[in-house]
Design a protein around this ligand. Structure first.
Ligand SMILES: *Cc1c(COP(=O)(O)O)cnc(C)c1O
Length: 392
């Protein structure tokens, strides 16, 4: 356990002013956070807004789910096109006031699955730790819109201690997902202290940091942060690119820096209506990610979060997209399509049915070219599946 604690935790660049001095460069992540657009006049100055956006922003700022857009992310928005795929992810719209049948405040039933304060458990071997409620950009389709930006910011280590103790008392937990909010809006020292605390729990084999910083705040991914992340011997970064335009030069550098520091990076894309529900767009995105050594892990059906029906696709769209991408993309570029079931019952992989029919030992499969091919089980093995399954 001491191996992790012996790593130095660096904060601030060598020769740079102390972290509490006002940052002066847009290349500094603290400058990006400090200059994030959080009010209507600043948004209006940057983009020519539609009435639906203006009214949506007014409502967002009046209470509930706030708005924040970093200068970096705002710079990716088309100032004149309200249909811009980046703009639609971050600028509130009046449709957020709509509620449709099936909409839920807490679609994944996280409040019912909270086993300790800020700790959600839905699977036997893994838990999700809510380390902060803050993000540098609030995605308008956020599954935690009920709480982000509203509940006190970065949790002090004391406020997470009950969660750490719960994990300590449950040796079956091998995987901790540090999420939020965005855990990387915290300082290097705070990130390192969370990882240090987890590294002291021997049965926690790996930790995932769920962050959109490479996309929305790429300046955050400094060499110092990468070293702080190495405080735990097995840290994986789970990031969230939704559109090829987000793979800006600074974002590419952020991914490269993480990977160069030995940190595997996975990507979870949310399928969004009118933003990325198009096979060529996803193909470009997934190839672009692999090019940056980022593995497309999941394509997620959008959760039925209250006020997001304007961004949600029917399930058939995702299934058809997966059918189109299968065979068109290398396996390492093709994520799994996942439905996170309402009520927090767990994730289910969904896809086109490649099995056409089964008859005894013969299974007829449809290939990505539409050809039907028989696969024949070895003699005498038919019916052995149950036994194999029970073995594990
Ligand atoms: C999504 C999620 C996980 C992780 O699921 P994987 O399929 O392992 O990526 C774990 N816990 C909770 C509460 C989740 O929402």
């Amino acid at each position: 356990m001491l191996r992790a604690m012996s790593l130095p935790v660096l904060s601030g660049r060598e020769g740079a002013p102390p972290a509490d001095a006002a940052p002066v460069s847009p290349d500094d992540w603290r400058w990006q956070v400090r200059h994030a657009v959080t009010d209507l006049p600043a948004l209006e100055a940057a983009l020519s807004l539609t009435d639906a956006e203006r009214e949506g922003t007014r409502r967002a700022l009046a209470g509930g789910f706030p708005m924040s857009i970093t200068p970096h992310y705002l710079g990716l928005c088309d100032p004149h096109d309200p249909g811009c795929p980046i703009r639609r992810q971050c600028v509130p719209r009046i449709e957020e006031a709509d509620e449709v049948a099936g909409d839920l405040r807490d679609p994944l039933g996280e409040e019912d699955h909270e086993v300790a304060p800020n700790l959600v458990r839905r699977y036997h071997d893994r838990v999700l730790l809510i380390a902060t409620d803050r993000c540098s950009v609030y995605c308008r389709f956020c599954t935690r819109s009920r709480m982000v930006g509203q509940d006190g910011g970065v949790r002090g280590l004391e406020r997470l201690e009950a969660a750490f103790e719960w994990i300590e008392a449950h040796p079956e937990i091998a995987d901790v997902i540090v999420s939020g909010g965005d855990p990387l809006v915290a300082s290097d020292a705070r990130v390192a202290s969370i990882l240090e605390r987890l590294a002291r729990i021997e049965h926690v084999l790996y930790v995932r940091i769920a962050t959109r910083a490479p996309v929305t705040l790429p300046q955050r991914i400094t060499p110092e942060l990468c070293r702080a992340l190495r405080t735990h011997p097995s840290v994986w970064v789970m990031t969230h690119f939704n559109h090829p335009r987000e793979l800006a030069p600074a974002a590419q550098e952020a991914c490269a820096r993480l990977v160069d520091h030995g940190i595997p990076v996975m990507n979870q894309t949310v399928l969004l209506r009118g933003i990325n529900d198009h096979a060529p767009t996803l193909e470009t995105l997934f190839r672009g990610l692999v090019r940056q050594r980022v593995r497309p892990y999941y394509l997620l059906q959008m959760d039925p979060v209250r006020g997001t029906s304007h961004l949600r696709t029917p399930l058939d769209t995702g299934i058809a997209l997966m059918a189109a991408l299968q065979g068109r993309l290398s396996g390492i570029a093709l994520p799994k399509f996942i439905v996170d079931t309402p009520g927090g019952m767990g994730k289910v992989p969904v896809g086109p049915d490649w099995i056409v029919r089964r008859a005894g030992p013969v299974t007829t499969l449809r290939t990505h070219r539409g050809v039907e091919v028989d696969y024949v089980d070895p003699p005498g093995s038919h019916g052995a599946v149950r036994e194999t399954a029970e073995h594990h």
